[in-house]
Design a binder for this molecule. Structure first.
Ligand SMILES: C[S@@+](CC[C@H](N)C(=O)[O-])C[C@H]1O[C@@H](n2cnc3c(N)ncnc32)[C@H](O)[C@@H]1O
Length: 290
């Protein structure tokens, strides 16, 4: 059997991955997550697979593929590998125009309409920065409007990567990244942990719940009648047709009047009978029709 457990030195060099082998890893990743790896990103996929093979003690691609692809027993290994095969790049307040639309237009309208509870969903939340940014904006604008006592806001944040979710729950970030958070938010929502790190204050962390969810299973998730769906820098990794199918599903999970915020330019010429595009420069936003 080709499978070989043992120290790295027992199989120091893996052969190059040929195109047929690459193609079946691409198919597996797309079937399980929706993420498409283009041929030019072959070095990224190969590097990730090889690194994980070394760690897990596999000496050839075929036996590792068989192990990962096996229903049941392969799922533990898949859980680790999927983290390596997906891109987790993120930042606090990554897309200010979207957050401004939420804080300055959408939220005030909800409050004027007498909203009692607002439930937001951050899809593909990576290590949590997006979800905490959303929570900061919602919480601060709520406080400024004096509606804190009457309206509750909460954020559910999901990702397919367990490692990313663990980092999100831990909520400890290097101090060098404090500058991503505007000063007016830094003051009330983060605190230093030692000299080199900061965390999100407990009061805000309690507003954010993290859960493992594959976006491809969104239809089966217990998330319905959402007020706000924030899905940025996730669908760009998906095939065009898959993006449209998922967006149609997301439209169905919004309550009438709910807001869907995508990354600007992530889908082109998208329209859906349940949704109306929001005119707001620099954003790609839709309101669910009432
Ligand atoms: C580039 S990060 C974007 C993070 C954040 N949304 C932002 O814009 O800063 C993409 C995230 O999507 C997640 N992801 C990829 N495919 C997914 C899927 N099928 N279901 C859920 N999350 C997925 C990845 O694990 C990764 O954390």
């Amino acid at each position: 059997m080709a499978l070989a457990f043992g120290p790295l030195s027992s199989h120091p060099s893996l052969p190059p991955m040929d195109d047929a082998e690459f193609a079946r890893w691409v198919r597996l990743l797309e079937a399980r997550t929706g993420v498409v790896v283009a041929p030019e990103r072959k070095p990224f996929l190969v590097g990730a697979v090889r690194a994980r093979m070394r760690e897990a003690g596999f000496a050839d691609y075929a036996s590792y593929y068989a192990h990962v692809a096996a229903e049941g027993s392969g799922l533990v290994e898949w859980t680790t590998l999927v983290d390596r095969l997906t891109v987790h790049e993120t930042r606090f307040f990554r897309h200010p125009p979207s957050l401004q639309l939420i804080g300055e237009r959408w939220l005030p309208e909800q409050l004027r309409a007498g909203a009692r509870a607002l439930h937001a969903w951050s899809i593909g939340c990576a290590s949590g920065e997006e979800a905490y940014s959303l929570a900061m904006v919602l919480d601060r604008k709520l406080a400024l409007s004096g509606a804190e006592a009457q309206t509750y806001v909460g954020v559910t944040a999901t990702d397919v990567s367990h490692a990313a979710l663990a980092a999100a729950r831990a909520a400890v970030y290097p101090a060098s990244r404090l500058g991503e958070i505007p000063p007016e938010y830094r003051a009330g929502y983060v605190e230093m942990v030692g000299e080199d790190s900061f965390t999100v204050v407990e009061r805000l962390r309690r507003r954010v719940g993290f859960a493992m969810l594959n976006l491809l299973d969104a239809g089966r998730a217990p998330l319905k009648q959402l007020d706000l769906i924030y899905c940025q820098n996730v669908l760009i990794y998906f095939a065009r047709e898959r993006r449209r199918e998922l967006l149609a599903q997301l439209a169905g999970l919004l309550r009438p009047g709910g807001l869907l915020l995508l990354g600007a330019g992530e889908v082109t010429a998208f329209a859906h009978p349940l949704l109306t595009r929001v005119a707001c420069p620099g954003t790609l936003a839709y309101l669910r029709n009432r």
